[in-house]
Structures are given as C-alpha cells and as structure tokens.
Design a protein around this ligand. Sequence first.
Ligand code: 2HA
Ligand code: ZN
Length: 270
Amino acid sequence: MKDIFELKEMTELIRTVTNMYAHGWDERNGGNVSVLLDEADLKEHLVLAGAIREIPTGFEAPELDGKYFLVTGTGKYFKNVQYDPASNLGIVRLKDRGRTAELLWGFSDGGKFTSEFPAHMMSHVARLRVDPENRVVMHCHPANLLAMTYVHDLDEKAFTRTLWQMCTECIVVFPDGVNVLPWMLCGTNEIGEATAEKIKTARLVVWSQHGIYGAGKDLDETFGLIETAEKAAEIYMKIAHLPLKNTITDEQMHLLEDRFGVKAREGYLN
Ligand code: 2HA
Ligand code: ZN
C-alpha cells in the first residue's frame, strides 16, 4: 500500500492551504476546503473497510452516499496544516443519505470537519449536477472582495461587471460571473442551501461581509478563480474613490469572448 501523503490531492491540498494562508485569505481558523476523492485512487493509499469513528453531519444529501472527501478540520489554522496534516485534515466517506460521515483518516486529535461542511457538501451536489468534473469547494476571506461588499452594490450583475472591468483576464477566467449572498449566519444548513443554489450558475459565490466560495475541477483551478476575483477587487478598492477616466468597454469584452472562446453570462454584456 502506498503512503497517504503520496496521494496527489493530499500533497496539493497541503500546498494550497499553506498558500492561501500566505495570501492572507485565512486568518486564524478562517477558511475551509473540501476535495472529492476517487475511490480507486484512494484505496491504493488507505484501507477503506471499517471506520475510525462516525460523525453525524446534521443534513441530508443522498447523492453523496459512498463518496469520499478530503476536508479541513473545524477550528484548525491553515498555517499549521503543513506541520501536522493528520490532526488538521480528515478523509471521510458519507452514508445514510449523507447524514453520517465515516472518518477513515485524520482528525487525529478527536476533531471533525469544518463547521461549513453543509455548505461544502451541498455545493458539491449542486456543482456535480452541472459539471461532473467538479472536485473542489473552497472558502476563504480575501480582504478586498470582503471590503467590496461594504461599498459596492450587491446586485450580482453589477458586482460581476465591476470585477470584469478591473482586469482584462477576469471575463476569461470567470465568464459565469460572481453570485452574491447577503449577510447570513455562517455554519448553518440555511447558508449551505443558499450557497448551493447560487453555485449552480456561477463557480464563485460571495458571502457579503464574510468571504467567498469557489468551485472547480481541481485545487489549482479553484485557487486561481478566487485569486483572479480577489485581484480585481483589489484594483477596485484602489480606484473606487478616484475619478474614473478609462474602463474596459462591453465592445472590448466581446473581443475577449471571441479571442478566448468564452461566453459571458447571458444578459451581462450589452
Ligand atoms: O472555518 O471560515 O466560515 C472558519 C470559517 C467559517
Ligand atoms: Zn468563513
């Protein structure tokens, strides 16, 4: 049997959360990430029979029965993951219509998955329906996106258009735009359901005055999505108080669509 630390997703998750911390997106225990694992790969690294313990999830998601996730732990600090992955991360398999998670590896100090597990699992279900390749859900607190939710209109079209106008690459990286939730209580099934509903039509969902969710086929792609949106928000926060002299026009956006073979969200460009 191969070592669990030779599992590609394990190496990449440890590198990714370390990098997220370095970007300042995950102060203290902020942020959480989950990665859907392939059973055939995983069984080369881990005994899948039996479970260390069972953890109730507090929600139902029958589509996830038999699925395996590598996920960050509740109360854990991203800055510490690289030094002690076995206590900060866990691998779980869902069963009983998603109501129970069987712990197969990790959370070695008796811990459990992130408090945002409902939002993660419901978002996986929602994204898998529209994109069977989706593997990753990522949440963090990037300062400029958060700042923007204090001063910008929260209308999704307006928010998306502003981000697209801030850097040329934005419309290419997230042509589906950014959906926005108003402030809601975090860690609940309600915010989980609301996030899942929003993540159906865009791979980025802003949680106003809190942070952002991203979804993608791997950790690099999902990190890159958030990184690009956060860069755009940073430019916005640098210029929002200054007189605007230039922008990227809708005509130029259409040139980008043609050049890069992407289609902007229906109705978002004139
Ligand atoms: O895990 O980011 O939203 C800490 C959080 C909660
Ligand atoms: Zn958060």
